[in-house]
Every structure is written in structure tokens, then in C-alpha cells.
Design a protein around this ligand. Structure first.
Ligand code: FAD
Ligand code: NAD
Length: 156
């Protein structure tokens, strides 16, 4: 099976979009990710998957903390930017929760410390224990078949 066939199949699973953020040596870093899931209620655990080539990998390994920011429908540009799909360099202004940089006006800012991790092929799975949370009303940005979208007639 080739990579394109695998990605096309995985793309049939509609997801939201997050930006993972962290802070290392007083420098904030963001990375777009849709590999995110809720894992456990007691304790409160979530999971993210970070590629071996992503700069984010060493940063999370070093700091042991990260935030998952669930993007709203009008934050597509943030997703493109933190995926490197918009090339121009910008000065990005973060909000802060528990001294971790987070995306302003995201639907949720979920602050975590590493609970455990597992290298799986060319990605590392980080299970994070949730230490702080901010949530806001709104509709999500979606990703399906490699394209961004919105929920039509989303009931609020
Ligand atoms: P870079 O590529 O270095 O950074 C990303 C961009 O953000 C760059 O333009 C950088 O300049 C900018 N940036 C970062 N921090 C700051 C800052 N503080 N101030 C200003 N600019 C900043 N990859 C995964 O590993 N796992 C996933 O689950 C995943 N899901 C994805 C979902 C979608 C919808 C998309 C589009 C991509 C996804 N990717 C995922 C791919 C991933 O987002 C890219 O490969 C990304 O470029 C890797 O990030 P990096 O840590 O190497 O950072
Ligand atoms: P795409 O068609 O590559 O993505 C469709 C689906 O394939 C994604 O939702 C994801 O489930 C899966 N996928 C894609 N790349 C993967 C990877 N390297 N490892 C594991 N699963 C992967 O969509 P696109 O618009 O071409 O994506 C833009 C870029 O973002 C591509 O370079 C893609 O590789 C990357 N991306 C990476 C991941 C990831 O690492 N988990 C997820 C989504 C997108």
C-alpha cells in the first residue's frame, strides 16, 4: 500500500483541528495537529501524536509540558500558519494559561504535563495529564479529506 492510499483512508475520518503549544527557554512554539484524543476521566488524560521530524518533538520532550488548543471555525489561518502552510514569518501574540503560551480565542486551551510517552513508528505518542483548562463557546474548524471545513447548521 502506498502512502497516498493510507493518507486518503485516514482523511475519511473527520476531525477538529488543534494547535499544540509549548515554551522552551522563554520561546513559544506552535504546531498544528489533528491527531488528538481524550483518553481517561480519572485521571484526566489526553493523547497527541508528534512526527519525528517536527521541531515540536524535542521541545515537548525537554519541557515535559504542552497545551492543546482546539481551533474555532474562524481560525483556519492559525492552522495553516502553524503547519508551515503560510510561509511569511509573523510575530504571533499568545495568551497564557498556567505560564504556558496558548492560542487566544480557541474553543479550548488544555494545559498538560507529560504522563507517559510511546514511540510508534515515525511518531511519538504523548499522553498528557490535564493540569488546567479554559473553554469558550463557538463552532469548530474541521478537517476532512485533506480540506478544512465548518459544521453546517451546528446546534449550539
Ligand atoms: P515548524 O514547522 O517549525 O513551525 C510551524 C510554523 O509555525 C512555522 O511557520 C513557524 O514559523 C511557526 N511558528 C511556530 N512557533 C511560532 C512562534 N512562537 N511565533 C511565530 N511563529 C511560530 N503533524 C504531527 O506531527 N501530528 C499531527 O497530528 C499533525 N496534524 C496535522 C493536521 C493538519 C490539519 C495539518 C495541516 C498538519 C498536521 N501536522 C501534524 C503537520 C505539522 O503541523 C507540520 O509538519 C508542522 O510544520 C510541524 O511543526 P514543527 O514543530 O516542525 O514546527
Ligand atoms: P493528508 O491527505 O495528508 O491527511 C489526511 C489524513 O492522513 C490526516 O488527517 C492524517 O490522519 C493522515 N496523515 C497525513 N500525514 C500523516 C503522517 N505523516 N503520519 C500519520 N498520519 C498522517 O492531508 P494534507 O492536507 O495533505 O496534509 C497536510 C500536511 O500535514 C501533510 O504534509 C501531512 O503529512 C501533514 N499531516 C500530518 C499528520 C500527522 O503527522 N499525524 C496529520 C495530518 C496532516
Amino acid at each position: 500500500m502506498d502512502d497516498r492510499t493510507f493518507r486518503s483512508a485516514m482523511g475519511k475520518f473527520a476531525t477538529g483541528v488543534t494547535v499544540i503549544t509549548t515554551l522552551l527557554d522563554d520561546e513559544a512554539h506552535g504546531m498544528t495537529a489533528n491527531a488528538f484524543m481524550s483518553v481517561s476521566l480519572n485521571p484526566k488524560l489526553v493523547l497527541i501524536s508528534v512526527g519525528e521530524k517536527a521541531r515540536m518533538l524535542d521541545k515537548i520532550n525537554e519541557t515535559g509540558t504542552f497545551a492543546v488548543n482546539i481551533l474555532s471555525e474562524d481560525q483556519k489561518e492559525f492552522s495553516m500558519y502553524f503547519a508551515g502552510q503560510i510561509k511569511e514569518k509573523r510575530d504571533f501574540e499568545f495568551d497564557w494559561v498556567s505560564e504556558i503560551p496558548v492560542i487566544k480565542d480557541a474553543l479550548a486551551n488544555i494545559v498538560c504535563k507529560i504522563h507517559s510517552k510511546q514511540i510508534a513508528g515515525d511518531h511519538t505518542l504523548f499522553i498528557g495529564e490535564v493540569t488546567d483548562l479554559v473553554i469558550r463557546d463557538g463552532a469548530p474548524l474541521t478537517f476532512f479529506e485533506g480540506k478544512y471545513g465548518k459544521i453546517v447548521n451546528a446546534e449550539q
